[in-house]
Design a binder for this molecule. Structure first.
Ligand code: ACM
Ligand code: ZN
Length: 548
């Protein structure tokens, strides 16, 4: 009886601490399971021990953590290879901090077990360890991020954190075309994504207003297409500041960004937007258009009626030349081929495009016009070309209009309906609905009148982002097609890094919980409290401009 009573008390106290611990550890995105016991492990001066099988990029993150903690708490943490232990070693035998590979865990998952004597971190891969480190950083005093002397309790509470993502694709989009972002600014964007466990950067590299990627086969793309002769002023479409504006990334810089992101567990997915949004390329090579131009890199925002002429074989040769170099630069499984907002007015009048329609036997019917089907032909031809190189395509939800070949992934941006339809038709989907995931929209209902900087319109608050349910109206058997969620940040009205960060944050933190947490683990009140009490301090310390 006495034994039963003491077991009951022990269970009750573990539960109380678990619930209490869950409430007091402000970790974003919220881990799947936190169970706290009593006591803590002091990391000040603790030794880090790593599995010899860990990747070099994982070790880099471990060394950086040890260095930052050492600098912040004033006592050196050593780092050394672990000997005679592995993931199956009982935690009771571990003194210090151990990072041990456990391939039985699901991808990107991790477990942190803490006793008064040590911490055992297990994960199956780089991302799992990297995320365990991010979680530890959020538990420790904020000063650990700065790597300089900081006060605070350098303790990790005893217990277990068992964690992993809900979605495999956790993306954030970046638009360096409407306004250009330097390599350093891009890295700072990647840094904050990594902190909150995002793993895909969708890099939109070509547009009407500027071509941003060096292509060695077509050097004129960046000599001519990367610069425009002005930018419209405010929201006045009849205006132009007359100031030459532009920039591009050299291939060396692209490699640098890809490698930088990879260290932080982020895959960069490049986008070449085709067959619309191509005025910068048309300006460079007018023969790629239906009318032959002349064209001018756009100085206004909006959608141009001038698109690639897909009646010409030379257009496909050009696209293949660009894609060849993109595939060399980006090891990503996916290449984004755009496909959005492609007006068909030029194709309707172009003898070459019409000849192609005739040769292919395309006819208008209830599924779509013959010009829409011509876009399907372009999508499928580019898809086949990329599949030949072992890559898959992502396209904006317009690629779903008419017919779409199996194997394409649909990025649903005009609301979630395109994504729902795509999943029902058996396509993989990434949800980026403008109703919830457009970070170029205002963060306040009345926009400028509420003191917000000038923007494109709309209203997407942090709470609205947080409320998004990617599985809404998706039948259970189709849910496997929802690969994940991404937010898009178009930069027509965003010209400075301060403004860019202001639009990104804190909405990206809400996004991180939509991507990472199970529905049961999402709670906006808990998230907001943690944002105020903890996350804002981290963002401030790291020098981000965010909306308070
Ligand atoms: C888009 O916002 N045009 C994809
Ligand atoms: Zn044409």
């Amino acid at each position: 009886m006495k034994k039963i009573l003491s077991i009951t008390i022990a269970v009750m106290s573990a539960c109380t601490l678990s619930c209490k611990g869950g409430e007091t550890l402000d970790i974003t995105p919220r881990p799947r399971e936190i169970t706290l016991g009593s006591g803590s492990f002091n990391v000040k001066g603790a030794g880090f021990n790593y599995d010899a099988s860990l990747e070099e990029r994982t070790l880099n993150a471990v060394f950086k953590l040890a260095d930052d903690i050492s600098a912040a708490c004033g006592k050196t943490c050593s780092v050394a290879a672990a000997t005679g232990v592995d993931a199956s070693t009982d935690i009771g035998r571990l003194k210090g901090i151990f990072l041990l590979k456990d391939e039985s865990l699901a991808p990107e998952n991790y477990v942190i077990e803490t006793t008064k004597k040590g911490i055992k971190i297990t994960a199956p891969d780089h991302n799992g360890f990297f995320y365990a480190i991010q979680t530890l950083r959020q538990i420790l005093p904020v000063g650990n991020y700065a790597g300089k002397s900081a006060a605070g309790k350098w303790a990790v509470p005893c217990g277990t954190i068992s964690d992993g993502p809900r979605f495999a694709y956790r993306g954030m989009h970046m638009d360096p075309c409407r306004h250009f972002w330097s390599v350093e600014e891009t890295k700072k964007y990647i840094d904050v994504m990594a902190l909150y466990k995002l793993n895909r950067l969708h890099w939109h590299l070509t547009e009407d207003q500027g071509w941003r990627i060096e292509i060695k086969k077509y050097p004129e793309l960046t000599e001519i297409g990367a610069f425009r002769n002005g930018t419209m002023i405010g929201r006045d479409f009849s205006s132009n500041d007359g100031i030459r504006y532009g920039g591009f990334y050299t291939q060396e810089q692209i490699k640098e960004v890809v490698a930088y992101a990879w260290e932080k567990g982020i895959t960069v997915i490049p986008e070449i937007d085709l067959p619309g949004h191509m005025v910068a390329a048309l300006t460079t090579y007018p023969q790629l258009g239906c009318t032959g131009g002349p064209y001018e890199v756009w100085t206004l925002w909006g959608v141009s009626e001038d698109v690639l002429c897909v009646g010409k074989e030379s257009t496909f040769a050009f696209l293949e030349g660009v894609l060849d170099e993109m595939c060399e630069l980006f090891p990503s499984e996916y290449i984004h081929i755009g496909g959005d907002e492609c007006p068909k007015v030029r194709w309707e009048k172009c003898p070459l495009c019409q000849a192609r329609i005739k040769a292919l036997g395309l006819k208008s019917d209830e599924k779509g016009t013959k010009e829409q089907k011509l876009q399907n032909y372009v999508t499928s031809r580019i898809q086949k070309y990329l599949e030949g190189k072992g890559r898959k395509i992502i396209g904006w939800d317009e690629i779903l209009e008419g017919e779409l070949a199996p194997g394409a992934t649909v990025m649903s941006w005009r609301g979630a309906d395109g994504g729902i339809e795509a999943a029902n038709r058996g396509f993989d989907v990434i949800m980026t609905p403008n109703s919830h995931m457009y970070f170029d929209y205002y963060q306040s209902e009345n926009g400028v009148e509420d003191g917000e900087p000038l923007g494109i319109g709309g209203f997407v608050s942090t709470e609205k982002v947080y409320s998004f349910d990617p599985m809404d109206k998706i039948a259970p058997e189709m849910q496997k097609h929802i690969l994940g969620v991404q937010a898009n940040l178009w930069t027509e009205y965003i010209a400075t890094p301060e403004h860019l960060e202001y639009m990104l944050l804190p909405r990206m933190l809400a996004l991180s919980e939509v991507q990472w947490c199970t529905p049961e683990n999402r709670d906006f009140a808990r998230f907001s409290a943690g944002l105020k009490s903890h996350q804002e301090k981290i963002l401030e310390l790291l020098g981000y401009n965010f909306r308070k």
